[in-house]
Design a protein around this ligand. Structure first.
Ligand code: DX5
Ligand code: ZN
Length: 220
């Protein structure tokens, strides 16, 4: 599977977002990761639906929307996404997460099931028919600049093994949180396919994004 880079826009300079998106296009970034937080499912509030729709209107890079909100099913209709985009929801965030995944699919959008560090991998087992991606959190979600959790490599490896054993080798694994070039290399070896790039790799003061993206790709 081709390895993809997903740029975490919460780490971009929000006063210069359009310029950043242009730079990310030039850097050959594959996906734009947008973190939506509600201050309840996670202890922070970041980007919202208007921003998702605004970004969608200025770029052809597919979006990778990561909802860290309680009952995300309430908000799916508020985003103008299409078949090129991913909409990821957390296993614990809706009581009937299967229904939420179906709701996303019914709109023609690709689904992702996100797992917190402590969420058992088995939570995916009966949902793979409704999944286009597995998002393995490598930090507890909520903030940029955190440290990789100790089980991240084992969990990514076991996620790949579980998906393969279920006949789901086509489902990519995305890793999110502290994805530095070094951690990216290790997690790639464990079977990660999509890398969320934030302050650990892509958005670094005085560093060109294309150079940072090229260095990350070279590290994989
Ligand atoms: C949370 C976010 C963060 C962040 C990643 O869902 O996606 O994990 O943007 O960037 P760093 O490299 O700061 O952890
Ligand atoms: Zn995220």
């Amino acid at each position: 599977m081709k390895k993809l880079l997903s740029a975490s826009l919460m780490c971009a300079d929000l006063t210069q977002l359009k310029n950043s998106v242009c730079e990310l296009e030039k850097a050959g970034i594959d996906l734009l990761h947008l973190d939506i937080m509600d201050g309840s499912f996670v202890p922070n509030i970041t980007l919202g639906f208007d921003l998702v729709n605004a970004v969608k209107s200025i770029t052809d890079i597919p979006l990778d929307v990561h909802m860290m909100v309680n009952q995300p099913s309430r908000f799916i209709d508020m985003m103008k996404l299409d078949e090129n985009d991913y909409l990821c929801v957390h296993y614990e965030s809706d009581i009937h997460i299967h229904r939420t995944l179906e709701q996303i699919r019914s709109k023609g959008i690709k689904t992702g099931l996100a797992l917190n560090p402590q969420t058992p991998l088995e939570s995916m087992e009966y949902l793979t028919d409704y999944m286009d991606m597995a998002l393995v959190m490598t930090v507890s979600p909520g903030f940029a600049g955190q440290k990789l959790f100790a089980g991240a490599e084992r969990k990514t490896k076991h996620a790949r093994e579980l998906l393969d054993s279920l006949g789901c080798s086509h489902i990519p694994i995305e890793v999110d949180g502290n994805i530095s070039p070094g951690n990216g290399r290790k997690l790639s070896a464990c079977g990660a396919d999509i890398f969320v790039l934030g302050t650990s790799s892509l958005f670094i003061k005085d560093k060109d994004m294309k150079q940072a993206a090229d260095e990350f790709r070279a590290a994989l």
